[in-house]
Design a protein around this ligand. Structure first.
Ligand code: AMP
Length: 247
């Protein structure tokens, strides 16, 4: 398997090569053809699976055609760090294209964001609060959005962004492609996905479930006994290398 199979534009393939990717990750293999076909996606995958390229590459492909300097793709992420990371990925994969991406999050001046928005961009990667600020100020026009990505939807919900997301959705065109990513599916997230996706293709990456070969056990112990228990267990059961995760 390689990236050529997806029929991506050579300019995008060059960006993928420059990023050093040769083989698509499982989520990329599953999601890229579906996104390129214009379908909605319910993606059950964590960050670290290659999820960003799974949506960014087909979005870049779409944006090569059609009008420019209008916001056509909106990616909503829970934190500044993630928004910045996704924005950097768009820059990296789209380095040979003219597609422009703009990160929009709070904690930094609005003025630069407004200037960039005026100049015109095709991709906005933002956090819900600051996006709503710009909507309130009428400094952002989301009426031409063709693709919406909600990334780490469960985390956004944990952070209390659900009402903001619903408000944001009311400013987007109903006719659009929606890509919904979440590592877990609690009830409110399932409901949100049900409300906003149309006939979605579910893409699930196996790492969410522990490997079948991994057995689990829980030992409730007091703090003082933790080390003793760990050493006793290592002596009794461990072979080869061991990774111990702590808080
Ligand atoms: P993500 O889950 O999108 O945050 O990606 C996790 C990491 O995997 C990032 O550092 C990406 O640059 C990297 N990555 C994504 N796709 C590939 C690929 N096909 N081959 C190698 N690395 C990749």
């Amino acid at each position: 398997m390689n990236f050529e199979q997806f029929n991506l534009d050579p300019r995008i393939l060059a960006g993928v090569s420059a990023a050093g990717y040769t083989t698509p990750t499982p989520i990329q293999q599953q999601a890229i053809p579906v996104v390129m076909a214009g379908k909605d996606i319910l993606g059950l995958a964590q960050t670290g699976t290659g999820k960003t390229a799974a949506f960014a590459l087909p979005i870049l492909q779409r944006l090569l055609k059609g009008h420019t300097r209008k916001i056509r793709a909106l990616i909503v992420a829970p934190t500044r760090e993630l928004a910045e990371q996704i924005h950097q990925s768009f820059i990296e994969y789209g380095r040979n294209t003219k597609v422009r991406s703009l990160p929009i999050y709070g904690g930094v001046s609005k003025v630069n964001q407004v200037n960039e928005l005026r100049r015109g961009v095709e991709v906005v990667v933002g956090c819900p609060g600051r996006l709503l600020d710009h909507i309130g100020d009428r400094t952002i026009d989301l009426s031409e959005i063709e693709v919406l990505v909600l990334d780490e939807a469960d985390r956004m919900c944990d952070m209390g962004f659900l009402p903001d997301i619903r408000k944001l959705l009311s400013h987007l065109p109903k006719q659009r492609q929606t890509l919904f990513f979440s590592a877990t599916m609690p009830e409110d997230i399932r409901q949100l996905s049900h409300d906003i996706l149309t006939d979605p293709v579910t893409v699930q990456i196996g790492q969410i479930a522990p490997a079948h070969t991994v057995s689990h056990a829980l030992y409730p112990v007091t703090d003082g006994l933790k080390n003793k228990l760990l050493f006793a267990m290592l002596e009794k059961t461990a072979t080869g290398r061991v990774i111990v995760f702590t808080r």
